[in-house]
Structures are given as C-alpha cells and as structure tokens.
Write a protein that binds this ligand. Structure first.
Ligand code: ZN
Length: 418
C-alpha cells in the first residue's frame, strides 16, 4: 500500500467526520460501491467541485482532500424518479384533505413545496421528472434549485399537462389547438410536454381514452420539432395504443395493454413508467388522509394487480422500464418503493436499480452526466445502509446524499458508534 493509502486509513480510523466542508476536493470512502454498472469493493470516489474526478481503490487520495468515511454504507448513484408531482403540497391541516385545501398563490406553493423537494432528496433522489403543475410552480422551482437558491433535486418539468380540445365550444380545430398548446407550454419554459390521454388518477382507476390520436400526434410532432419530448398518461390500453402510434417518448401507468401493444412499445423503444406503487400509497392513505369513498380501496387493489401483471409482461417482452413514483402530497420520501415491485415482477436487483439510475438518465438525454458514478459525471452520490444488490429494500435506508458535490442529506451521525 502506498503512503497516501496508509495515511488515508489512519485518517479514517482516527477522525470523526471532517469539518473541512469547503474543500473543493472530497474523497468519499465506501465499503461497497455500485457505480451504475458494476460493484467495486472498498472504493473511494474523488469529487472535484461538482463532478466526479475518478473512482479509486483508495491508494491515491489527494493530500488536500476532505475525506468522508462512509465505509459502513453502500454507495450508489443519485437516483432519478421519472414521474413526480413535487408541487402537490399538503400541510395536513385539520378539516382538509390533500384534494380539499384552500387555494394558494403560486408563490406560496413554490415556497411550501420545498418540503417535498427535501423529502425527495432524503429518499436518495437527486433528479426528478415532474409531470404536471399549476401556474408555472414547477418551472420556478427548477430555476430556483438550479440557481442554488432552493435545495432540491434537479428538475425536468412539464408545466401544465395538456388535455383534449375536442368538444370545447370555443375551439373549432382541436388538432391545431393541441399543436398550439404544445408550443405554448414549451415557450413558457417547460422541458417536457405532458399529455393526459385518458381518465384515471387518485381514487379514479378508469382508463377511458380522452384525447384523440390526431391530437396526440400533433403534440408529439410539435414538441419533437422544437427538440422536446412528450410524456403520455394513459391508465387504460386504448389511449396507450394511440400514444405509441403517435410516437410519444414515455408512456405513464398504461395498464391492460395487450401483447401486440407491448410488442410495439418494445420495438419503438418507448419508455414505460408503470407507477405501480402509487396506487398502493393511495390504498394506505385512502381512509385517514384522502377520505376516499367506500369501495375505493378495492378498486385500487384491483388496478394494482392488473398494473403489475402488465408491467411483468412488458419486462418479459424487453420493454425499457423506469421507476416513477407518481409521488404527491405526503407521498414524498417513498419515491423508491417502486423498485420493490420491479424486483417482484422479475427484474434482477441491478436491473431495478438501473431503472432508477442509468436508464432514466438516458431517457432524459443525460446519460453522459447523471445516473452513474464515473469521471466527468455530476457528483450525485447516495450512501445506503445495507446492500441493495442483494436486498432491494435497502434503497429505502438512505443515510447520506450528495448532489453536485454538495452534501444535502447527512443522517450518518445517529448511526456512528460513540
Ligand atoms: Zn402523475
């Protein structure tokens, strides 16, 4: 072992957490590191400012580096939640439910939703794709976070989702209007365009198609021409079929798809975000939080089983799937429960982890900057207790999170032996 290696070990064994928080170079030691592709024992990640400089075996630590000892934990890339609603805020006030709250100014929503953003980071999620918000609250949060004025995950946002323009007395040409509205949402600052192509949401598990194929096609073509991508919500199979035909980039929820539809999804390499766990979250909160009507839980459980079965078929057919929590209100912090369903439906633990790291990075077009721990990538790094490669539930035990070289969550103290 080199002298610096011996120095590192001595340093690690003798010191508590380094106090040198301003150091531009950090050396983060993990017992095990999964970098997005492979496992490295006793790895040390060298972080220079906001980027990973290199991953070493621990014998060439720069002398000036601040050493962070996370050897009790497994290091994984900062995770990516492909479907959130971070601006859906609820304070739990008496006599309210998440869906029955007094109206708020959008600036108040932006301020309050910081709590959702913080809980998201605490779940080990350093990037989210947020799909539907009112009044530009998502765009404001994205920009404030990018400026460093607000603490939260990197955000890729859709603004307000588009709904059908058919049967609206004020609109004579629904297809042209769909294209116009796609352009308008992009011009307002949205990264993505979100489309609601069917019913379904909260305690409503119907999946009736609400937007025509022609409208979807007009939106997709307009967005693609402007260099943007489209996420299409369909609870049921009919709108999913048309979403795939129209060339949507990601398909959300989409239950009861038949084999041909699933085969098309795989062939066209459209990303599938099944969001299985979000209905389990609704089951758990149906009575006390949402006060759903009697029967809602049975409907939700029935939908979950069909959603799960569809996702299992899709995985077997080679469809590329992403972890999306569809987190709302008090659901933040549970973001990565979806991975447990993914393992249950047949993914290996590594495949499930990749559905929350390297694959969504590719979906976002950021496969060279996030989703992996590798030289030149943003230093988005999470320390979890346990080994998610043998027990996927370990992703719920997040103890430490770095985003872009800055430590944003540190719960290591409570677990340090005295
Ligand atoms: Zn959603």
């Amino acid at each position: 072992m080199s002298r610096t290696g011996i120095f590192l070990l001595t340093f690690l064994l003798n010191s508590t957490f380094s106090q040198n928080v301003s150091a531009a170079t950090k050396a983060i030691a993990f017992g095990t590191l999964w970098d997005g592709h492979r496992v490295i024992a006793n790895a040390v990640v060298i972080v220079e400012n906001d980027k990973v400089q290199r991953v070493t075996a621990g014998d060439d630590i720069p002398a000036e580096a601040e050493v962070i000892d996370l050897r009790r934990y497994t290091g994984i890339p900062g995770m990516i939640d492909s479907h959130t609603h971070v601006t859906y805020y609820w304070d739990g006030a008496p006599d309210t439910t998440p869906r029955r709250q007094p109206p708020r100014h959008v600036a108040v929503t932006v301020f309050l939703a910081q709590q959702n953003a913080k809980k998201t980071l605490e779940a080990g999620v350093t990037t989210i794709r947020d799909l539907n918000a009112a009044g530009g609250a998502d765009i404001a949060m994205r920009d404030l976070i990018n400026m460093g004025a607000m603490v939260g995950p990197r955000m890729f946002v859709s603004g307000t989702g588009l709904r059908t323009y058919v049967n609206r007395p004020d609109i004579t040409d629904p297809v042209a209007e769909a294209a116009n509205q796609a352009k308008a949402v992009i011009d307002s600052g949205a990264d993505w365009v979100k489309v609601f192509a069917s019913t379904g949401g909260f305690d409503n598990v119907t999946g009736d198609q609400t937007m025509s194929y022609e409208e979807m096609k007009a939106i997709v073509d307009t967005a693609h021409a402007a260099g943007h991508k489209v996420a299409i919500h369909s609870y049921g199979p009919a709108a999913a079929r048309d979403a795939i035909r129209a060339g949507g980039d990601t398909l959300e929820h989409a239950t009861d798809m038949d084999d041909n539809t699933i085969a098309e999804l795989a062939r066209k390499k459209i990303w599938y975000v099944p969001t299985i766990d979000h209905n389990q979250y609704y089951v758990e909160n149906a009575d006390d939080v949402y006060k759903f009507a009697a029967g809602a839980k049975d409907n939700l459980r029935n939908y979950i089983s069909r959603n799960f079965e569809t996702a299992r078929k899709a995985h077997r057919a080679g469809v590329r799937m992403l972890a999306g929590s569809d987190a709302v209100y008090n659901g933040f912090g549970l973001n990565m429960r979806e991975l447990t369903w993914f393992v249950k439906l047949g993914m290996t633990n590594q495949q499930a982890l990749q559905a929350a790291t390297v694959l969504p990075a590719e979906m976002l077009g950021l496969e060279s900057s996030i989703g992996s721990i590798a030289p030149g990538y943003f230093a988005d790094i999470v320390g979890v207790e346990g080994d998610p490669l043998t027990n996927i539930d370990a992703v719920k035990n997040v103890r430490w999170v770095m985003k872009g070289g800055v430590v944003v969550v540190d719960k290591t103290g409570a677990f340090r032996p005295r």
